[in-house]
Design a protein around this ligand. Structure first.
Ligand code: BGC
Length: 375
């Protein structure tokens, strides 16, 4: 009994520590693709805690490095061992990493999927082995092995972007004036784009219908404006084509709805290369990636959506801990996210719109970045 009490005490203290010990920001540059796999579980601290598998999609985008590091640090502070893997945006790699996690005896799996629809078979093995699965940030679709979902309010991300464009262009007072807009969203295998894009369109569609917003390229459908792997270079080349075909004669581009920063950056690169017009578009984004902060501060990207990944890690660690201890994981939404097998109980963290006016408070004063990192 004493031993059990001591263990509970140690775990509580460790959790307390986890709550205060918020790790610093991500590395500035993404390491090379071949370095995707983290140290194997065998090298995790010999604390003897249960093993948690954490599968992240890629090291190419800053946020996943940050998410992975936050999760690892907070889980270790809570007394667990961590097998952290990055899937190099390759579905087969992620599947085999998860197979290894199951074989290595992980007691809980936390997975940010590369393609939400491709994990059914491997997760059936997890279910068979009695291992609970937490979908992290991106919902895993069509698998009844998913127990919980920890993410941000993705619909709110989209509506914040749409509202920002509406207000920046003052669309409600446009009268007969029309504004040109183009669209870009992320990977079609990422269920989040259905919330980001549809959320934004719930705000913007009425203005398209009324003719206040006009899309000169005609590329408005989600499937048409999607970007494989959320890749910056793909976004850039699509926008180079759009600019050449529709704006080379001096037609102004007033706004670009970009679902996140990696795609917004591609748009900004294309504009820098070939847009010559005094009207610079209102461009949205998401993540407050270090790579776009200079553009945000200097006015080339009007807004981003800040998602404090420290909070997401904290909530996910609380879920893991509850599952390990047989108690109820924290959730605050039981109606929104149906993965095709039913509603997945979710914890939705709150996203915040970030502009040049509040970035210091959101990012610097909160210790998320240092000024040196973003300048
Ligand atoms: C995340 C975004 C991120 C995007 C690309 C989405 O699933 O929610 O924060 O920008 O993936 O990595």
């Amino acid at each position: 009994m004493k031993k059990v009490l001591a263990l509970i005490l140690a775990a509580t203290m460790a959790l307390g520590l986890a709550a205060c010990a918020v790790p610093a920001a991500a590395p500035a540059a993404a390491p090379a693709a071949e370095a995707e796999a983290e140290a194997p579980a065998a090298e995790a601290p010999a604390a003897g805690g249960d093993l948690v598998g954490v599968a992240m999609p890629t090291k190419d985008l800053q946020r996943w490095n940050q998410d992975g590091e936050n999760m690892k640090a907070q889980l270790e502070a809570a007394g667990y061992q961590v097998d952290l893997q990055y899937g190099a945006n390759d579905i087969a790699t992620q599947v085999s990493q998860i197979e290894n996690m199951i074989a290595n005896g992980c007691k809980v799996l936390v997975i940010a999927s590369i393609d939400g629809d491709s994990l059914g078979t491997v997760l059936a093995q997890a279910k068979e082995a009695g291992i609970p699965v937490i979908a992290y940030d991106r919902l895993i679709m069509n698998s009844d092995a998913v127990s919980y979902y920890a993410t941000f309010d993705n619909w709110l991300v989209g509506t914040k972007q749409g509202e920002f464009i509406r207000d920046a262009l003052d669309l409600d007072n446009a009268g007969d004036k029309t504004y040109n807009i183009e669209f870009i969203t992320g990977d079609p295998g990422d269920n989040n784009i259905n919330f980001f894009f549809d959320g934004a369109m719930s705000i913007l569609q009425p203005y398209l219908d009324a003719g206040t917003l006009v899309c000169p390229s005609g590329q408005v459908e989600k499937a048409v404006v999607a970007t494989a792997n959320w890749a910056t270079d793909a976004a850039q080349s699509r926008f180079e084509n759009i600019l050449a075909a529709n704006y080379a004669d001096g037609t102004p581009l007033d706004a670009v709805l970009a679902s996140n920063d990696s795609t917004a950056l591609g748009v900004e690169n294309a504009l820098a290369a070939s847009y010559e017009n005094d009207v610079y578009p209102v461009i949205t984004g998401q993540d407050c990636d270090i790579a776009i902060m200079k553009n945000l501060i200097e006015g080339r990207q009007a807004m981003s959506v800040f998602k404090d990944t420290r909070t997401l890690a904290e909530k996910t660690v609380a879920m893991v801990d509850a599952l390990m201890k047989g108690s109820e994981p924290p959730v605050n939404d039981t109606s929104t996210y149906d993965n095709g097998t039913g509603i997945i109980p979710s914890y939705l963290c709150e996203p915040v719109a970030c502009t040049v006016d509040n970035y210091e408070e959101l990012l610097i004063e909160s210790g998320y970045y240092t000024m040196d990192q973003i300048q």
